[in-house]
Design a protein around this ligand. Structure first.
Ligand SMILES: NC(=O)c1ccc[n+]([C@@H]2O[C@H](COP(=O)([O-])OP(=O)(O)OC[C@H]3O[C@@H](n4cnc5c(N)ncnc54)[C@H](OP(=O)(O)O)[C@@H]3O)[C@@H](O)[C@H]2O)c1
Length: 311
């Protein structure tokens, strides 16, 4: 949905501007705002060219929102390999645009949030707890070891370093109960062969709710790892799928889950660029009183609701 101006809802105190609201993550914000009767305006570049600072500034000065959420970015379809082919778009959307929005929002004194990613890290930090918000990215252009996508997301965070009135919300491998090719559980069920790796994941609807709570509770601005607590391996996810109703139905239709022998095997056979597999430390979010469900429980719940209902 694209709307100009602000649809009238019940709670008139908040007026939110959403950039990139027609994308996968932006659509989840739209769904949440509608359900909560939060007044918002979702902008698409084809209607308001918000990547141009002057255009964005004029829109914000006219409509005077209380908060802006930037869900615009370039993540590549069907996956990050596409970013290796579309570098200019990827750089513009992930590294340049955050700087444009920062300049405009700081100039207007408008608080805002940027959707970043945990993909700027690789590994579990060696301590089991994962990377904290203030750990320097180790999967970035500065380490010369990353995908183009991850490199641009890390640059985007550098551009926002020290920004005032800004949240940086790090999402990681979104999933929920809805059939969508971008849903991680759908990918796990659909891929011919899987890479076994340990990761932090984000339940998409819980992520959106937790983001909103950051703003609603007025927790301190800054970077937050917005993933469900605890990490999980791909094999563990498959085990949860296999024991769910959807997994039993897939098995009845002949589905078997196969794994690459190693990351090298995966790179050789199925990928153009290295993937980030990483664990994020979620204690900062918990310390401000915002809790997400432990990842295994969130996956089991999504599988039990698979395709049945809307949260
Ligand atoms: N999906 C994931 O797995 C994931 C994981 C972690 C982080 N993230 C981050 O979440 C944000 C949203 O991702 P998404 O998956 O929702 O992406 P998406 O479905 O591709 O939507 C992103 C939106 O960004 C806007 N946009 C602005 N400049 C663009 C450009 N140069 N090229 C392409 N699109 C541009 C487009 O909206 P309009 O043209 O309508 O304005 C587009 O609909 C991104 O910053 C991404 O890095 C995503």
């Amino acid at each position: 949905m694209v709307c100009f101006g602000f649809a009238v809802g019940e709670h008139m105190a908040e007026k939110i501007v959403l950039l990139g609201g027609n994308g996968y993550i932006g659509a989840a914000f739209q769904k949440f705002f509608k359900k909560q009767d939060i007044v918002f305006s979702s902008l698409s570049r084809k209607d308001v060219e918000y990547t141009h600072g002057d255009v964005l500034r004029d829109f914000l000065k006219t409509h005077k929102p209380s908060f802006l959420v930037n869900c615009a970015g370039y993540s590549g379809k069907p996956n990050v390999d596409a970013c290796e082919l579309h570098k200019a778009e990827c750089l513009a959307a992930n590294a340049v645009l955050p700087g444009v929005i920062r300049r405009v929002c700081e100039g207007l004194g408008l608080p805002w949030a940027h959707i970043s990613s945990g993909c700027i890290y690789t590994g579990d930090h060696g301590c089991g707890m994962g990377f904290a918000e203030n750990d320097a990215p180790n999967f970035s252009f500065r380490h010369n070891n990353c995908s183009f996508y991850s490199g641009t997301k890390a640059l985007g965070e550098e551009v926002l370093d020290g920004a005032s009135g800004c949240f940086v919300w790090r999402l990681r491998i979104p999933f929920n109960h809805e059939e969508n090719p971008r849903n991680y559980l759908m990918k796990v069920m659909g891929y011919d062969c899987l890479l076994d790796a340990r990761n932090s994941l984000s339940h998409l609807d819980e992520f959106v709710s937790a983001c909103w709570q950051c703003w609603e509770k007025r927790v301190p601005f800054g970077v937050y790892n917005m993933t469900n607590p605890e990490s999980i391996t791909t094999r563990e996810v498959v085990a949860l799928v296999e024991k769910s109703a959807i997994g039993v139905s897939l098995k009845a239709r002949g589905k078997t889950f196969r794994f690459f022998e190693s990351e090298e095997d995966f790179m050789k056979k199925a990928a153009k660029t290295p993937r980030s597999n990483c664990v994020l430390d979620t204690r900062k979010l918990q310390s401000v009183g915002i809790c997400m469900t432990p990842v295994r429980d969130a996956i089991e719940r999504s599988l039990s609701q698979w395709g049945k209902c809307k949260i």
